[in-house]
Design a protein around this ligand. Sequence first.
Ligand code: UP5
Ligand code: MG
Length: 207
Amino acid sequence: MLFKHILQRLFKATLTAMSKFNVVFVLGGPGAGKGTQCQKIVEEFGYVHLSAGDLLRAERAKEGELAEMIEGHIRNGTIVPVEVTCQLLRRAMQESCKNDFLIDGFPRNEENMSGWQKEMDDKADVKFVLFFDCPEEECVKRCIKRGLTSGRTDDNEGSTRKRIVTYNTSTTKIIDHYNSLGLVRKINAAQDADKVFMKVREVFSQR
Ligand code: UP5
Ligand code: MG
């Protein structure tokens, strides 16, 4: 009887684990190289890349009722309410019909993290956090350079510096939190992109 009960519990736990999404959060300052490295991870390790920023920009482009609010936050480097971002992420995850996700640029603050936990803890397992560590001035330089061609309304010095303030005041706490759980894989992002990827590859190969 006890054996049957244990088997049933084991079966149920296995089914739950199998049906959950696997998530790697990808964090780092503006221009640290999150998107660049995610593309490489997709090519080599077959994850689905979901950039929270890209999803918000796509939502803004629809010019619906959220567009103005999203644009205000992007331009000021502040953070869109989690209900909006989390819903976009969840929808994209479910529509992809895949299981392994790189979630790039989220969670950025405590509200993001608690909103994610409330909505997604029973649907997704956060395997680890890939953290691209890049000096501020290098971040600014990269974003300004990209601004020459990107068309992004936040790729200018003023918006980039505001994004850095938000990153320093809000996002670093989230990285510290996951670090205290032993979940952060820190990569030096201030080197050539291929060299950065060599370190990223080591992290994913260990899995
Ligand atoms: N580059 C990349 N790697 C390089 C290297 N090793 N050496 C030299 N150059 C390198 O790279 C940036 C630029 O640097 C590119 O030109 C690249 O070629 C070059 P990229 O890979 O794009 O860096 P990334 O870290 O992705 O920078 P990004 O600007 O996208 O980061 P942000 O975090 O600022 O932007 P994001 O799109 O995630 O968010 C934008 C805004 O959306 C936020 O400020 C916020 O207002 C809002 N947002 C939310 O509110 N909530 C969210 O959950 C997410 C976003
Ligand atoms: Mg990006």
